[in-house]
Design a protein around this ligand. Structure first.
Ligand SMILES: C[S@@+](CC[C@H](N)C(=O)[O-])C[C@H]1O[C@@H](n2cnc3c(N)ncnc32)[C@H](O)[C@@H]1O
Ligand code: SF4
Ligand code: SF4
Length: 331
């Protein structure tokens, strides 16, 4: 592991990484993470993304039982940390894109004020990373994941349907070019500022599989800390595509390993997951939720991009199941 670490990484950052379950294979068994689902809107549309459905047993990215307000997210954090002191990382990973939602920054502000020693973590598609980077620094967000599936616009345009940037929508190659440019400049900015950057790359056979090794080499040059090659979950516009086999993913991870450290233990978690990676407590708690929902008036409101250029709601189905935060979360 040391061979990947930049010499200038501080002792404090090394300690934080050693307690982050996604950055360290050893940490996953001892330390947990709490995801706060405060960010429903997204500013791009990936062809594999489906944030519309939720099921009590469903565990995949983009799924949450309720969208929390920043205030409720703080109350929920208070309760989870009190009950589970092995959680040292609080992150925002959707269900949409954290940097497309002001609630993300307000949540970080509230949490940082109360918990100066927690590691704050965020996961983004990177479109707004450069533009909102100073806001992340303000709250001392130290670990950052950027999903980057291609550096080649001809490949990227097969994965992303469209983007919305500065209230304008872009399609096709132009959208892909803007997104790639913003991702690269944002990642470099974050690495240069000393953040531990992780890259998520969704492996989509027949689209980006032959390109991922090239990306790993570039990530090495850029100073990325770790790469997480995730298997495609075939859904949404990619429902008929074939996910990779474990062997295909393994082979690719091993090929990339000389260039950038590989995360091999990703669980493709929900946006409201908490606990150890291998034991998501949000899935184990089946008798909770009504109190939180009535107290917070929280509804499930996944939001998609409207082609007029606004980021808007696509529905407001109230959640029916009970799979959500604990009793007395909001006293
Ligand atoms: C739901 S996203 C939220 C954060 C942010 N919007 C992003 O895309 O990075 C969290 C992660 O789940 C991944 N993801 C979403 N849908 C997926 C799918 N169908 N198959 C594999 N990974 C998926 C995304 O690519 C991203 O890395
Ligand atoms: S950026 Fe994240 S939330 Fe947005 S469409 Fe892609 S996977 Fe879904
Ligand atoms: S989805 Fe993967 S990287 Fe993200 S919190 Fe879960 S295990 Fe960690």
């Amino acid at each position: 592991m040391e061979k990947y670490e930049k010499n200038d990484m501080s002792q404090e950052m090394k300690r934080k990484i050693s307690e982050h379950p996604c950055y360290s294979g050893e940490a996953q068994h001892k330390f947990g993470r709490l995801h706060l689902a405060v960010a429903p809107k997204c500013n791009i549309e990936c062809n594999y993304c489906d944030r519309k459905f939720d099921c009590v047993n469903e565990s995949r990215p983009g799924v949450t039982s309720v969208v929390l307000s920043p205030k409720d997210a703080l109350a929920w954090t208070d309760q989870v940390l009190a009950q589970h002191p092995f959680i040292h990382v609080v992150g925002i990973a959707g269900p949409g894109d954290p940097l497309a939602n002001e609630e993300t920054f307000e949540t970080f502000r509230l949490i940082r004020e109360k918990y100066p020693d927690l590691t704050l973590c965020v996961s983004t598609n990177g479109l707004m990373l450069e533009d909102r980077f100073s806001d992340l620094l303000k709250y001392n967000v130290e670990t950052l994941t950027v999903t980057m599936n291609s550096m080649d616009p001809d490949i990227q345009m097969q994965i992303v349907d469209h983007i919305v940037y500065n209230k304008k929508h872009y399609h096709g190659r132009e959208a892909a070019e803007i997104l790639i440019e913003k991702q690269i400049s944002g990642i470099q900015k974050a690495v240069d500022a000393g953040l531990a950057v992780k890259i998520n790359t969704v492996l989509i056979p027949g689209i980006n599989d032959n390109h991922i090794l090239d990306m790993a080499q570039k990530f090495h040059d850029m100073g990325v800390y770790i790469m997480n090659i995730m298997p495609l979950i075939n859904q949404a516009k990619f429902k008929d595509r074939r996910p990779p086999t474990d062997a295909e993913r393994n082979t690719l991870q091993n090929a990339c390993l000389p260039y950038v450290k590989q995360m091999k233990h990703c669980r493709q978690c929900r946006s409201d997951a908490y606990g150890l990676l291998g034991q998501d407590l949000s899935l184990l708690s089946k008798t909770r939720g009504d109190e939180l929902r009535s107290a917070s008036k929280a509804k499930r409101t996944p939001q998609l991009i409207d082609l007029s250029g606004d980021v808007k709601s696509s529905g407001s189905a109230e959640l029916k199941h009970e799979n959500m935060p604990a009793k007395n979360a909001l006293k």
